[in-house]
Design a protein around this ligand. Structure first.
Ligand SMILES: [Fe+2]
Length: 457
């Protein structure tokens, strides 16, 4: 059932990944550990259609065959090789592929934030069709927040892990073949999460929030600490550059999960993102068994701008606003070029976990924002921008999210007019089942995305 009217110029698919455990976990369980499930709502000619599927990961296939979970989740304890040999995250930590979805070369790629395997999904059935290694050429893992350059079709990404060289940067061509790869030396294991691209550069992250690999080997746990005397570093690397060509810029210590966008203006790169000035992981003993998990779910951050001059090395940074926001997206068809608008989720500061209680649209030119507070009891998900098929101004189109009620778990797809966020959804499409709160969403434009067998809402 639909309340309101699905716009005729909304055509494509909203897809969202998130954790849904299938079997009893091993070790300490964290909400981040659930098996990846993809929910997709397809829109065309004023109609909507919904399907969902688990990502058939190597771990899940193995578990279903053996009837039990064999790898620990992100809280460990990990069973690392004691001989000092290199191991990748998915070798000792369950890779759930539950984090992101990236549209590339006609397929949806499902990724894991801890840099794992890469799974290709059929966009119409969501069936897992390949453990994607790009023809076997890529001997590195796949970080969740790969960026697809909408102008060239290239996929820009990196692998990171607990062992040297800590980061490998690479570019996949529009044809799905490995085009460039280079190792990047860092001082130790780091926890980068996102990246940004411009037509000529990629910006790599090195934050002072990390763990000691010796402690990891000795205890089996990553003990993550914020080193407040160590600067944030952004590494600007030419798209096909090498380690020697990286220009590093130092900024205020902190952490960033997600960037909005980056672009070039002459020798300057401008980059906007959601900055956490104090990402210390605080465990509250009074929270008992849930304490460790909740410690990783508290978020305090704001929208910030960094500017870097690739010729002179000059730099600037500036807080743009003070709302507690994250899960930020521009029109992703404009990744790498100057954008005026972005769409964020607001996170309440009086709740000790990660939920979204409002949708925020930022105007980066005027510095203003517009907020829509989700009705009491409802929580939203990441809300990508869907361009009107009629074209028009940068914000001419829609913002789509999935909303779930916290008590009865009723779930709906909500469509907002991107130019009038504050007025609330212009259409609410009831979904046939519960959609738990999850991670990242993507808008995949185009009428080729219309499944034949899905249920029509
Ligand atoms: Fe993320």
């Amino acid at each position: 059932m639909t309340a309101g009217e699905i716009p005729a110029d909304l055509c494509g698919a909203y897809m969202r990944n998130g954790p849904n455990p299938v079997l009893e976990p091993k070790g300490l369980y964290h909400w981040f550990d659930g098996d990846g499930m993809v929910h997709a709502v397809y829109f065309r000619e004023g109609r909507a259609s919904y399907i969902r599927r688990w990502v058939r990961t190597r771990a899940l296939r193995d578990e279903l065959e053996n009837g039990r979970v064999t790898l620990s989740g992100i809280m460990g304890p990990f069973d690392l090789p004691r001989d000092g040999s290199r191991a990748t995250n998915p070798d000792y930590c369950k890779d759930t592929s539950n984090t992101t979805l990236t549209w590339h070369n006609g397929r949806v790629l499902s990724g894991w934030y801890n840099a794992g395997h890469n799974y290709a999904l059929d966009p119409l059935t969501l069936d897992t069709v390949a453990d994607e290694t790009f023809g076997g050429a890529l001997d590195a893992t796949f970080n969740a927040h790969a960026k697809c350059d909408p102008r060239t079709g290239e996929l820009i990404n990196y692998d990171y892990g607990d062992f040297k060289s800590y980061l490998t940067y690479y570019v996949i061509g529009a044809d799905g073949k490995l085009k460039h790869k280079t190792r990047v030396e860092l001082a130790g294991p780091r926890l980068p999460h996102d990246t940004t691209i411009t037509p000529n550069y990629t910006i790599l992250h090195d934050f002072p929030l990390y763990h000691d690999v010796d402690v990891l080997r000795n205890t089996g746990h990553r003990v993550v600490e914020f080193h407040r005397d160590v600067p944030t570093r952004f590494g600007v690397i030419p798209r096909y550059g090498t380690q020697e060509q990286i220009k590093w810029f130092e900024f205020e210590p902190g952490y960033v999960l997600h960037m909005v966008n980056a672009w070039e203006e002459g020798d300057w790169i401008t980059m906007d993102g959601c900055f956490q000035p104090d990402p210390t992981i605080r465990r509250d003993p009074s929270e008992g068994a849930l304490g460790s998990m909740l410690a990783y779910l508290r978020y305090r951050g704001h929208l910030r701008r960094w500017r870097m001059n690739v010729r002179t090395g000059e730099k600037r940074e500036q807080q743009l606003d003070d709302l507690n926001v994250e899960f930020c997206l521009p029109d992703t068809q404009l990744y790498g070029v100057k954008t005026r608008y972005s769409y964020h989720q607001r996170i309440p500061t009086d709740v000790q976990t990660l939920v979204f209680d409002g949708l925020v649209k930022y105007d980066h030119e005027s510095g203003s924002h517009e907020v829509y507070e989700y009705p009491k009891g409802w929580y939203g998900n990441e809300a990508p921008f869907a361009k009107s098929t009629r074209g028009g101004a940068e914000d001419r189109g829609y913002v789509v999210t999935l909303a779930t009620h916290g008590k009865d778990y009723k779930s709906e797809a909500w469509i907002f007019d991107a130019q009038r966020i504050g007025k609330g959804p212009i259409a609410r499409v009831a979904l046939p089942g519960r959609v738990p709160i999850g991670f990242h969403a993507a808008w995949i434009p185009g009428q080729m995305l219309w499944p034949d067998k899905a249920s029509t809402a």
